[in-house]
Design a protein around this ligand. Sequence first.
Ligand code: ATR
Length: 277
Amino acid sequence: MTDRYAVFGNPVGHSRSPRIHALFAAQCGQDISYQAILAPKDGFAAAVDSFVATGAGKARGANVTVPFKEEAFRIATQCTPRAQAAGAVNTLSFDSGVVLGDNTDGAGLVRDLKHNLGCDPGGRRVLLLGAGGAARGVILPLLLENPAELVIANRTEETAARLALEFARLPGCALGVKPDGMGFPALVERQFDLVINATSAGLSGAVLPLPSFLFAPRCVAYDMVYGRETAFMIQAREAGARVADGLGMLVEQAAEAFFIWRGVRPNTAPVLAALKK
Ligand code: ATR
């Protein structure tokens, strides 16, 4: 029987996950099905239950996208430490009544940076822009790479300060570096080697108030958004940075989920190339 997987979101029609997982499955010789499921905004848990209960073949797992990642964290019966730290789940595994929640977003970002872009966060001065769900999901994996520093900057300064403090106090985690939280004005005269945009400003076309001095020579500027050129990317390129969008992160977080479910790590390079076409 074919094992079943799905991605839940609202909207979900734009999701590239079904194509990515179909390419991984073909490459790795895995017999799986993977569908996109539009869950009602107030009906995520019921949609997951119905997916698990009905259909030919066993439901083994699911990806979760906007706006359900926090709710997925709540319905999981167990969570990995990185999902706990993120407070959000993008990967569910179903096994004999256990619903295991994981979060592969940060691992996907780090892998894209290191393996596809040749930009190891280790030893670099890293700036994370934004303090919402997208930012929270990548902080622990970034810290575990031992950057020289990690600054979280946000339009609302208090949110960044609170988030930084939360991760600085993370229990049971011997992190070499503690994050700092601040507002955008405090970035004046500071420089970073890696600047990651995790705000949703790009979706509305808003320009972030970033000084061009911020981007150190050979800086990599990474926008987690994909499929469009954001104001951040334009700003960063004009300041001399090397710019990347979040397509590689999307493929790498999917590869990490595929590995969790199937125990095989797909080769992401041909899949990324196919999506770029
Ligand atoms: P997501 O899950 O995508 O992170 P979110 O939790 O709503 O969405 O967080 C959005 C983030 O983008 C926040 O950090 C937000 O800043 P505030 O905390 O000040 O609201 C940031 N953001 C959204 N629009 C922005 C804009 N026009 N300029 C600067 N930051 C913006």
